[in-house]
Design a protein around this ligand. Structure first.
Ligand code: SF4
Length: 403
């Protein structure tokens, strides 16, 4: 979505729901003209390459992020373009939820008990390692109200589904749709767990007004007479480095926490940013101290343009093993994700490597049955995946490198 469309989003929304903030105020209008844009260019040649990167994977960040980036290299590396992004190692679409060919636009199901819904496909700031960059940066339209109705009806018929993960893009950029969707989901008897994934706590923490926090907390619905009918809403936050936990950020997190909303962090392991024990320990300790759960520690997905930020899966395991010797409060789920689904890594995991052209692939027999995948996802197994003799999915994952 371009700036003009963003402005339209802001205008349309403020007309429809008076309390909505004007998003375009929070986004740097022209990142290419911004003083930080060429931060990783050593010379004119690098600048030219960075302009090509910007054509291929647009650059966007917020006014608030700029403030943080001025102080933190770890945050600059996550949002400012690098000439290394022209590398074509990886795949453009490691996960493809919500693409137009989905049977129901914006709805994706890979697992038995939960579905993904994407009401809004764009973000106010583009993480350079985003594995959804094929759609987040491409101006894909959000779900229409009719599509939300259709998707929710469909979810209501999924007897095994009990959770909905509302993801993005950035669901909080279109609050009218988000709250419409949440109201609809609340009517479903089978759905009790709602999670909203967002990075706005980092890139625009000031949107968390009392009104917004109250509204989000209103979806926590304990049922004291019959606790098996309780429903809750939690927020999946995304912090990768202690520098991101600035005062304004923590204040907004606290506003949500203090209203009973659980915040769970999904960190991504990033080369040169947090790929060492000290940084991760500090990050997770600060999260705990500030009432957030270190929930996932994700290996960076093999999406094109992110190769320079990807370590080996083993490097993450080395960090994870160390965490296992610490207090259990800072032990997240360490996972990597071939296109067929998440794979949990334990401290004793041994990888089955297939060397290939100077890099290595990891072959993994997943916990999911191929037949079930086809039934739930309503599509064939992804590329580089096949069915094993006993009916499970065998996936292949492109490892990163350490240097
Ligand atoms: S916040 Fe999430 S979806 Fe948006 S650019 Fe970053 S990684 Fe991608």
């Amino acid at each position: 979505m371009g700036k003009e469309e963003l402005d339209n989003v802001a205008v349309n929304h403020s007309a429809a729901t008076k309390s909505l903030p004007v998003w375009s105020d929070k986004i740097i209008k022209n990142c290419k003209g911004d003083e930080l844009f060429y931060n990783y260019a050593a010379d004119r040649n690098d600048k030219d390459i960075i302009e090509m990167v910007n054509e291929k994977y647009p650059v966007r960040y917020t006014v608030y992020l700029k403030k943080l980036m001025k102080k933190s290299e770890a945050i600059r590396k996550q949002f400012l373009p690098s000439s290394k992004e022209l590398s074509t190692i990886g795949t453009p679409t490691p996960f493809e939820e919500g693409k137009e060919t989905s049977k129901t636009y914006g709805l994706e199901r890979l697992y038995r008990d939960r579905v993904l819904m994407t009401p809004f496909f764009d973000c106010p700031a583009y993480c350079r390692f985003c594995y959804k960059k094929s759609r987040v940066m491409r101006g894909k339209r959000g779900m229409t109200f009719e599509e939300i109705d259709k998707a929710v009806t469909e979810v209501g018929k999924m007897a095994e589904a009990r959770g909905v993960l509302i993801t993005g893009g950035e669901p909080l950029m279109d609050q009218e749709k988000l709250f419409y969707l949440l109201d609809k989901i609340m009517e479903l008897d089978n759905i009790s767990e709602i999670r909203v994934g967002t990075r706005t706590l980092l890139n625009m923490p000031d949107i968390y007004s009392d009104e917004l926090c109250d509204r989000l907390a209103s979806y926590i619905r304990p049922n004291f007479k019959d606790p098996s009918k309780s429903k809750y809403l939690a927020i999946n936050v995304h912090f990768n480095h202690p520098d991101e936990l600035a005062s304004e950020v923590i204040e907004s997190c606290h506003k949500l926490n203090s209203r009973g909303i659980t915040l769970r962090n999904q960190a991504v392991l990033l080369k040169g940013i947090n790929d060492n024990i000290e940084t991760i320990k500090e990050l997770f300790s600060m999260l705990i101290r500030n009432n957030m759960i270190p929930y996932y520690f994700n290996h960076c997905m093999p999406v094109e343009g992110s190769d320079h930020l990807r370590t080996t899966v083993q490097k993450g395991l080395d960090i994870y093993k160390h965490l296992c010797t610490e207090s259990s409060t800072i032990i997240p789920n360490y996972v990597y994700a071939p296109s067929g689904g998440k794979v949990h890594v334990g401290p004793d995991t041994k990888f089955d490597y297939i060397p290939q052209n100077g890099t290595q692939l990891i072959r993994i027999k997943m916990l999911y049955k191929a037949e079930e995948f086809r039934r739930l996802a309503r599509k064939e197994l992804p590329p580089m995946h096949k069915e094993t003799e006993d009916g499970y999915i065998q996936g292949i994952y492109l490892d990163g490198t350490d240097d």
